[in-house]
Structures are given as C-alpha cells and as structure tokens.
Write a protein that binds this ligand. Structure first.
Ligand code: GDP
Ligand code: MG
Length: 163
C-alpha cells in the first residue's frame, strides 16, 4: 500500500546531539538511554574541541555573559557528538534532554537527561539542535557535508511504501 499525507509526519528526521565534557565519561550509559527512547545512532565521534571550534559552534551566543564560560567548559574535555535519527528527532531529542538550566530540569522534568546528568547551568550534560537549520549546520560541523539536508529532502518527497 502507498501511504501519503499525514503518514509523512512519521518519516525519520535527523538531529545533532552532543554529550558534553562533564558527562562524556558516562557516554555509554547516556547512549543506552537514547537508544531506549527510540533513537538510532547513525554516527558517533569523540573529539576534544579547540577554542576556535567551540566558539564557531556556539557563535550565536558570542557576546553573552556566559559565552567564555561555555567555551572554557566545552573545550575542557572530550565531547561525544551523535547524529540521531527518529521521527520528529529534533523536537523529541530536545524533550528527552529537558530544559537548558539543570536546576529547572531537576524541578520540571526529573526524568530528563539534563536532570539526571547535569550538575549546574553550564554543565548541563547534553546539547541538541534547536531547529532544522541548526541541525543541518551542526551535523555538517561534526560529520561534514549536507548529511542532514539530503536525508530530509528525501524523506519529504519519498512516499512510504509498506507491505
Ligand atoms: P540549549 O540550546 O538548551 O543548549 O541552550 P542555549 O543554546 O541557550 O545555550 C547553550 C549552552 O550555553 C547551554 O546548554 C548551557 O550550557 C549554556 N548556557 C546557556 N544559558 C546559560 C546561562 O544563563 N548561564 C550559564 N551558566 N550557562 C548558560
Ligand atoms: Mg541552543
């Protein structure tokens, strides 16, 4: 049968996740939780970012009071970057992470990854792209090329065929 219309909403999407330096030592544990939540890990890379790399990745925050602390933190140890796939991956991954501030995550979303693994409002365990445009940029930053855009375009135009 050929499904169209609403079924397209359920096609896979990709997003870019990072397990930040405060938590990368527990990456196996975090990845097990990510997979248990239904995400497929399509690509994985461990790397200690340089100051220019972290500054470029977080360029949208350049000039804010927390920027230097953020770059210091993100370059303090290895990061595990993940390309995650699931229907609605961008929103679903943000939901699994919980609110940005660890304190808020602990109060409002105690089962979220940031509540469980975050230690303060900078060291909040994980990163997730906040939009499709961010996901495309961030996935290209870590994994090179339009790894996301090509998939999304295909997912949007390809009918879903099932038995
Ligand atoms: P995210 O998309 O949920 O990660 O949040 P943002 O894009 O707003 O911020 C990027 C990262 O900067 C956050 O994940 C935190 O690590 C850090 N950060 C953001 N806002 C604050 C803040 O007000 N104080 C501190 N200390 N860190 C912050
Ligand atoms: Mg952000």
């Amino acid at each position: 049968r050929l499904f169209t219309g609403a079924s397209l909403v359920r096609t896979n999407e990709r997003t870019l996740a990072m397990i930040k330096p405060c938590t990368s030592g527990r990456a196996a544990e975090v990845i097990a939780e990510i997979e248990a939540a239904g995400f497929v890990v399509c690509a994985k890379k461990e790397h200690q970012m340089s100051v220019p790399q972290a500054s470029e990745f977080y360029a949208e925050h350049d000039g804010k009071e927390f920027f230097k602390g953020l770059v210091d933190f993100m370059t303090s140890g290895p990061v595990v970057a993940l390309l995650l796939e699931k229907p609605n991956a961008i929103k679903e991954w943000r939901a699994l992470m919980g609110p940005t501030a660890t304190s808020k995550a602990k109060e409002e979303a105690p089962d979220s990854l940031r509540a469980k693994y975050g230690t303060d409002n900078t060291k909040n365990a994980t990163h997730g792209s906040d939009s499709f445009v961010s996901a495309a940029r961030e996935a290209a930053f870590w994994f090179g090329g339009p790894v996301l855009a090509a998939e999304k375009t295909l997912a949007m135009i390809k009918p879903i065929v099932s038995e």
